[in-house]
Design a protein around this ligand. Structure first.
Ligand SMILES: Nc1ncnc2c1ncn2[C@@H]1O[C@H](COP(=O)(O)OP(=O)(O)OP(=O)(O)O)[C@@H](O)[C@H]1O
Ligand SMILES: [Mg+2]
Length: 302
């Protein structure tokens, strides 16, 4: 029998001179986000302590697209909430453009999985909301909002209400609203997690297109290995209990990216490495499940 295709994959760290040069230049860019020895503990239900994150350190450079991946409960949402300033760290600190984060601020835009639009406002009013809150006049906010709505391809729907939009359109509006405030970093926690596979794929392509056209750094949480490899410059792999950095992987798949690359050797090699880290080979849990017979005598089937 011939060897499986995976045996012929390149080392996931292998980089052509062009890719090595891309990462060298990326690391020369200014640091936007600097996470230093970050730790976060919670009180557990049993009176003990849950260590959600321990000693997490990494840096994100200007206009970098970084994905965070890891098993459920490894602290991904905790990490993004800390960067957003919605929670305070137990230890360590977070610097944004060199300034320590102590709370939420307009320098961070957020897009989460649940649709967070105001249902009583139209698409345009949702996008204008933060702008008028900042003190911008209605007419200026209106024209700014139109530009962002154009960028996410929703011009025809600017007067629609969220209930009249598909899931993908709602997330486009949320992206437009987050970008309208011109944040230094866009924080996205599984933003496409609730979308069907086809819409999700369209949104991934659309987000990459937006990111090519807008000077913004992106921190993107996902469960989906393919999504991480498709989108990211680098992937931060966390492990669970406690949530610690396992590896920071440079994705050598060339840009611009597209779905055809799912079968490219460097794509598969990177994906396999993340899979090894997140699902280490142990005795299969499925094999340990007891066999439960629901059939009766005489019902036996092959
Ligand atoms: N407010 C809280 N109080 C107590 N424990 C919490 C709190 N928030 C998170 N935790 C715990 O911290 C750990 C990390 O949770 P978190 O939601 O950050 O994980 P996650 O990686 O985002 O998971 P998922 O992939 O399922 O979204 C979990 O064990 C969770 O139970
Ligand atoms: Mg989460």
């Amino acid at each position: 029998m011939s060897a499986p295709v995976e045996d012929f994959l390149p080392d996931y760290r292998a980089q052509s001179p062009a890719v090595a040069d891309r990462f060298r230049r990326l690391k020369e860019r200014p640091v936007v986000l600097d996470v230093e020895h970050l730790g976060r503990q919670f009180a557990g239900n049993d009176g003990g302590i849950v260590t959600a994150l321990r000693d997490v350190s990494f840096r994100v450079h200007r206009r970098e697209f970084i994905c965070v991946i890891g098993p459920s409960g490894c602290g991904k949402s905790t990490l993004i909430r800390l960067v957003a300033g919605l929670e305070q760290p137990t230890s360590g600190r977070i610097l944004l453009d060199g300034h320590e984060v102590h709370g939420p601020g307009p320098d961070r835009g957020m897009v989460f999985q649940g649709y967070t639009l105001f249902p009583w406002l139209t698409v345009k009013r949702n996008v204008m909301f933060g702008l008028t809150m900042k003190g911008m006049s209605l007419s200026q906010a209106d024209s700014e909002a139109r530009q962002w709505i154009d960028l996410v391809g929703l011009s025809r729907f600017q007067d629609s209400y969220p209930a009249q939009l598909s899931g993908g359109m709602k997330q486009r509006t949320a992206i437009a609203r987050a970008l309208a405030a011109q944040p230094r970093i866009l924080l996205m926690d599984e933003p496409f997690g609730a979308l069907d596979a086809q819409t999700r794929c369209q949104m991934q392509m659309h987000l990459m297109e937006i990111w090519r056209n807008v000077d913004v750094t992106i921190l993107f949480i996902t469960h989906d290995l393919d999504e991480a490899v498709l989108l990211a410059d680098r992937i931060l792999v966390l492990k669970a209990h406690p949530g610690e950095v396992q590896e920071l992987i440079e994705v050598s798949v060339p840009r611009p990216r597209h779905a055809d690359q799912f079968t490219a050797p460097e794509f598969l090699a990177t994906r396999r490495r993340i899979d090894e880290l997140i699902h280490p080979r142990t005795e299969s849990a499925v094999e340990k499940l007891p066999i439960v017979r629901l059939t009766q005598v005489g019902d036996d089937v092959e």
